[in-house]
Design a protein around this ligand. Structure first.
Ligand code: GDG
Length: 724
């Protein structure tokens, strides 16, 4: 039975040591809640740092033993590791950088070394524990190298990775000296999840520009592995915030709410960890601007500013604290009256019952981060209005949550006028409008809960695994190969179709560089030497190239996807027109003119425009622009425009490898037929073969072939084995 292995920097538990005794307090954050609610009987194991330094090995053993009962496995970190890996690389390098605070990014090789070492430490513990059939789910920016490290030890294990913070635009990401390692680390996973489509888009762009990995609809092929990149917006435990009384008792919550609302003032709340990404000074300044510009609201509105202490040891956070303290003090000093203080400032965290009451009592929530992966506080505030249907959310467009909570008052946190007007609009919003907006947002949050988030991520990961298994079930394993070899040995007359590029030879940027090597020539000669064999090279290349490279072998060949056919050492072609070529060439020359690095390949009966050397996005844009012109030109000419892998080819309609294969099949009868190829044009060959023919696709992916092999090397091995 597979197990679910969760790995995050922090375990969902806090340890306290008092008088030599250990106490454990579970901390049920969003992640733990989501995972606990998963409907699965899979055993769960959670690996992570227990939150404080424990250096004594006897105590470590005790902690390990105590936590094992709850399925928790601790990774112990030394004080130095905490400083360099956690406070250092994680919080002073990745955190600011991924939140677009590049001025705060620390470039420190010691941090980087520690980050690698601690990721390795996690990997060692994980690798001792997991089995190949487990599902592994790695979380967040502290462990970006871990997926690849696990993959190295377990090539088949299913790994998911979720990033809880934004993934920045490629232009920002590329600045990091360790960009490649971080990227390849994450790409060790089978599935990579983000909160929003923007983060996914940025990641795919970085994967392409830095790693050269192309994607198709979010799927990347990395060294024969398929990696799925997708969007999974994290939700909340809706009922917990809608009905907090169920958890902590009705009286308690109600008493807090009554106290908070007793002043009959509009209450605006602001809740965040102390962090520069949260836009706290900007929010305070815009509140000041609001009371300055609209004096009629003085005494009638209070901002309750809750700042939860965090990362107190980092320099920037100390400075930020000072800035917030000064701003609040200055506004209070200027505007405070005997009966009213404009800002109520708390620098501490609140127990859940008080937090829930705050949400319920507040008229307005101002959640205006400069950058935020998702922001769950915004969602919790909306849920807390389940019963009252009164309340307005002012939300930054820079928070991931803004993609879903579109009925909030969406603002740009750097635009103070925008924020001031939003405050006024929120205060004056009619109750029906508040309700209308809230209901729409609540509907979404009720449906897309944290449970939904965790289960969609896991279901997708499981799906991927079964698709992978299905794909690999067609792999030409030893048993299937034996069947093929036996049929080959028994046969008296065999017909073999071999595609060239991507099948007999690997893919190169310059198509002229794919000259056959000696090994390949030997293989082909060997096959040809057997009088029972008819070997046909079936390719999209022009006949001159094929003739130059392989002509001396005396094999039959089909060039230009079957436009030219060589049989009994003679090239023939059906009577095809080529007077259309000058017009099309003219269009393609215009394309080359505007697109340095692209080039035209002219064959006798077709013309191709290649853009394999340039940015794929630019190439595709050009194709789109010119496709209409090409289609117009070719409309009445019985031509077809084929879009291949970084190439567009224009050729006569009705010519393909399938028709070419049929030509040979019709010339004689065979008791063994075989075709091998790697791309979509080879599918025509596969379909042309009789049902008992042996068809083999090179690479995984959808195909009409009966079998798959992984790569060119496998093809060569197979062709060699046929001759033994
Ligand atoms: C990352 C990303 C992304 C806050 N103050 C108190 C308190 N809280 C609770 C809230 C909420 C949570 O903490 C904070 O949620 P965030 O969404 O801000 O997330 P983080 O975990 O800090 O950070 C973020 C998130 O991951 C999830 O993927 O949304 O963008 O940075 O649940 O209720 N809870 C109590 N007292 C407080 O004073 N009890």
């Amino acid at each position: 039975m597979p197990r679910l292995i969760i790995i995050s920097n922090r375990l969902p538990v806090t340890i306290d040591k008092k008088d030599g005794e250990l106490f454990y307090y579970p901390s049920a954050g969003g992640l733990a809640t989501g995972l606990n609610s998963l409907d699965t009987d899979m055993e769960r194991i959670w690996i992570g740092w227990p939150g404080q330094e424990i250096s004594d090995t006897t105590v470590q053993d005790q902690v390990k033993k105590d936590l094992r009962e709850d399925g928790l496995v601790p990774v112990f970190l030394s004080q130095q590791e905490i400083e360099l890996y956690y406070e250092g690389f994680s919080n002073e390098t990745i955190w600011p950088h991924f939140h677009y605070f590049t001025q705060y990014t620390t470039y420190n090789d010691d941090y980087w070394d520690a980050y690698q070492n601690v990721n390795t430490k996690f990997a060692t513990i994980v690798n001792e524990l997991i089995r190949e059939d487990d599902f592994v789910w790695v979380h967040d920016y502290q462990l970006m190298l871990l997926p690849a490290m696990i993959r190295k030890a377990f090539s088949k294990v299913s790994i998911g990775y979720f990033l809880h913070i934004p993934f920045p635009s490629y232009e920002i990401f590329r600045i990091l000296p360790w960009r490649e390692e971080l990227l390849e680390g994450v790409l060790g996973a089978d599935q990579i999840g983000f909160h929003t489509f923007d983060y996914m888009r940025h990641f795919l762009s970085a994967a392409y520009r830095i790693g050269g990995h192309e994607h198709s609809f979010g799927k990347l092929a990395i060294k024969k592995r398929m990696v799925n990149v997708d969007v999974f917006p994290m939700g909340i435990d809706y009922d917990k915030y809608a009905f907090p009384e169920r958890e902590v008792g009705k009286d308690k919550v109600e008493a807090h709410v009554t106290r908070l609302q007793s002043k009959k003032r509009k209450l605006i709340i602001s809740i965040d960890r102390l962090d520069y990404s949260k836009g706290i000074p900007q929010r305070i300044k815009s509140f000041e601007q609001f009371i300055k510009k609209y004096p009629q609201y003085r005494g009638k509105v209070t901002l309750m500013l809750i700042v939860v202490p965090s990362r107190t040891k980092v320099d920037q956070y100390e400075k930020l604290k000072l800035e917030v303290d000064t701003l609040v003090g200055s506004i209070d000093g200027q505007y405070r009256t005997f009966g009213w203080s404009p800002i109520q400032y708390f620098y501490r965290s609140f127990p859940f019952d008080e937090l829930a009451a705050l949400y319920k009592a507040a008229d307005i929530a101002m959640i205006t981060p400069l950058r935020d992966g998702m922001n769950l506080v915004a969602k919790e505030f909306i849920a807390s209005k389940e019963e009252s249907k009164k309340g307005v959310l002012i939300l930054s467009e820079m928070a991931g949550a803004a993609n879903e909570l579109t009925e909030a008052l969406i603002i740009n946190p750097q635009d103070s006028n925008d924020m001031v007007e939003a405050i006024v609009k929120a205060i004056e919003m009619p109750e029906e409008e508040q309700e209308r907006r809230l209901v729409k947002m609540q509907e979404k949050l009720k449906r897309y809960t944290v449970k939904h988030w965790a289960s969609t991520f896991m279901n997708e990961q499981m799906n991927l695994k079964s698709v992978k298994e299905r794909n690999t079930t067609n792999l030409l394993n030893e048993e299937k190969k034996t069947t093929l070899l036996e049929a080959y040995q028994k046969a008296e007359k065999r017909l073999l179709f071999l595609d060239y590029d991507g099948t007999l030879m690997g893919f190169q940027n310059d198509p002229k560089k794919v000259i056959p090597d000696e090994k390949l020539l030997n293989i082909l000669e060997g096959l040809k030497a057997d009088p029972k064999n008819k070997v046909v090279i079936i390719s999209g290349r022009d006949r001159h190239t094929l003739e130059e490279w392989l002509g001396h072998l005396g094999l039959d060949m089909a060039a230009e996807h079957g436009v030219w056919i060589k049989r009994r050492n003679e090239w023939k072609t059906p009577d095809l027109k080529k007077d259309w070529k000058p017009d099309v060439r003219h269009v393609l020359e215009g394309l080359v003119e505007r697109t340095p690095g692209s080039f035209i390949e002219e064959k006798e009966y077709s013309i191709a425009w290649h853009y394999r050397m340039i940015d794929k996005g630019l190439g595709e844009k050009r194709v789109r622009e010119f496709r209409d012109v090409l289609l117009y030109l070719t409309a009445n000419l019985d031509l077809q425009v084929l879009e291949g892998n970084k190439v567009v080819e224009i050729k006569n309609a009705g010519v393909n490898k399938g028709k070419a294969a049929a030509y040979w099949l019709g010339k004689d009868s065979y008791d063994f037929t075989f075709a091998i190829g790697d791309d979509s044009t080879d599918e025509d060959t596969f379909r042309a073969l009789p049902e008992d023919g042996f068809t083999v696709k090179v690479g995984l992916g959808n195909t009409d072939a009966r079998f798959n092999v992984l790569d060119v090397e496998n093809v060569r091995d197979l062709l060699e084995e046929l001759q033994k």
